[in-house]
Design a binder for this molecule. Structure first.
Ligand SMILES: Cc1cc2nc3c(=O)[nH]c(=O)nc-3n(C[C@H](O)[C@H](O)[C@H](O)COP(=O)(O)OP(=O)(O)OC[C@H]3O[C@@H](n4cnc5c(N)ncnc54)[C@H](O)[C@@H]3O)c2cc1C
Length: 382
């Protein structure tokens, strides 16, 4: 069968769109399959923490959003449930910012706009044959299931409640996180006309509590929220006002057993690879999910790009190339997944001994110098 595309990308989320733009730079003919209308989601209330490595990827495809859509984080304050506290500062790490908080709709718009200027990318309504199919359909991918790939998925028993709020006090480009009784509450700073009083909330709580929080009247929701984000006994950012709807995201830890493979035995051969949440899902507590997905597509495009120099005899769907991608990304993912999972489980245990040990651990970590610096660099993607 003649193939009009070198690569067919299924799923036009941030990972799929970024990959399409990276592959267009390699002069590959790309088909990008958009979700059927039923799967298309409403405007996202979230803002993502994007690290330096992901920023470089997005800049390389000219999709780093401009102006107020990006807020640099100068300081990150993490509080345990019994006095533990860890602080990270950009200044200490000798960096311009620890991470950047990026408005999700603005990032999606930048990618959609860039695709209009990528003539070798064709947006499709349904999959087309190609030497390589890359599945970027997110964690509930149908194509991954069609390819017979097992996806080991464990629910955390938690749901994240995401929303935007305005606060009485300016956040001063600080991000905050509280671990308490298994709940994990994050406030991410956003730029706004008031000069920095808006935040994006990610509050990971039990599934039942998330339903309760979303049913509350806005004022009652805000009261519960303020009592959960205390700094020296007072709401960290003062009185808050809800400025968006509240959206729930059930959380799972998941990993695909295979990331690459062949479709049947046709000639020419067709192969597939997974990227982004279709390959792995982690807890949002350290804001790493999309960063991992962007690192996947950067690696995949680098591996495919090697055909221009060292691997010029290999086709774009060559399984050896794809396995190189799979090995590199699995190795990079393993420690991140283990840390996210370990932290979530550690703070979910409510025995008093564990509670005092983990808070002691936080204090020890705060004073640990080189260890803390290493962890900071890993999270920053530097
Ligand atoms: C509350 C919360 C906060 C988060 N915060 C951060 C953060 O701060 N930093 C960070 O790095 N990560 C964060 N993440 C993780 C991040 O959201 C995901 O890792 C990221 O969205 C994965 O992108 P993706 O493109 O792989 O998948 P998705 O975003 O799920 O996109 C998949 C796309 O494929 C489409 N699709 C699905 N099925 C089909 C089909 N059959 N055909 C065609 N298209 C299809 C979907 O409609 C969608 O457009 C957070 C996650 C949550 C839940």
């Amino acid at each position: 069968m003649s193939q009009s595309f070198d690569v067919c990308i299924r799923g036009a989320g941030i990972v799929g769109r970024t990959l399409a733009l990276l592959l267009a730079q390699l002069r590959l003919r790309v088909g990008l399959v958009q979700a059927p209308q039923a799967l298309a989601t409403a405007q996202d209330v979230r803002a993502y923490a994007i690290n330096a490595a992901s920023r470089a990827v997005l800049e390389s495809v000219r999709c780093w959003p401009a102006g107020a859509a990006v807020t640099p984080v100068q300081r990150m304050r993490v509080f345990g449930d019994a006095g533990g506290e860890v602080n990270f500062a950009a200044e200490q790490a000798d960096k311009e910012a620890l991470t950047w908080i990026v408005d999700v709709p603005a990032l999606e718009a930048a990618l959609a706009n860039a695709l209009q200027f990528a003539p070798s990318v064709t947006v499709l309504d349904s999959p087309q044959p190609a030497a390589l199919t890359v599945v970027c359909e997110g964690k509930n991918s149908i194509t991954r299931a069609e390819f017979g790939v097992e996806f080991d998925s464990t629910p955390y028993g938690q749901t994240a409640v995401a929303a935007r709020l305005e606060c009485a006090f300016a956040h001063q480009q600080q991000a905050f996180q509280w671990f308490s009784g298994g709940d994990i509450l994050g406030l991410l700073p956003l730029s706004d006309a008031q000069g920095g009083n808006s935040v994006a909330l990610v509050w990971s709580v039990s599934d039942e509590r998330s339903q309760h929080l979303c049913k509350l009247e806005p004022e009652d929701f805000v009261k519960e929220l303020q009592s959960a984000c205390l700094l020296q006994g007072e709401p960290a950012l003062g009185a808050m006002t809800l400025r968006s709807e509240r959206v729930r995201w059930p959380l799972v830890e998941a990993l695909a057993r295979r990331w690459t493979g062949q479709i049947g035995f046709g000639n020419p051969a067709q192969t597939w690879a997974l990227a982004g949440d279709a390959a792995h899902a982690v807890h949002p507590l350290a804001g790493q999910g999309l960063n991992l997905g962007l690192a996947d597509v950067a690696e995949l495009s680098q591996v495919l790009g090697s055909r221009a120099t060292t691997d010029y005899w290999r086709s774009v769907g060559d399984l050896r190339l794809l396995r190189r991608y799979e090995r590199a990304r699995r190795a990079a993912l393993a420690p991140v997944g283990a840390v996210m999972d370990g932290l979530q489980r550690l703070f979910a245990l409510d025995e008093p001994t564990v509670q005092s040990l983990r808070n002691l651990g936080m204090k020890g970590f705060e004073r640990s110098g080189p260890v803390k610096n290493w962890v900071t660099r890993q999270a920053m993607g530097t």
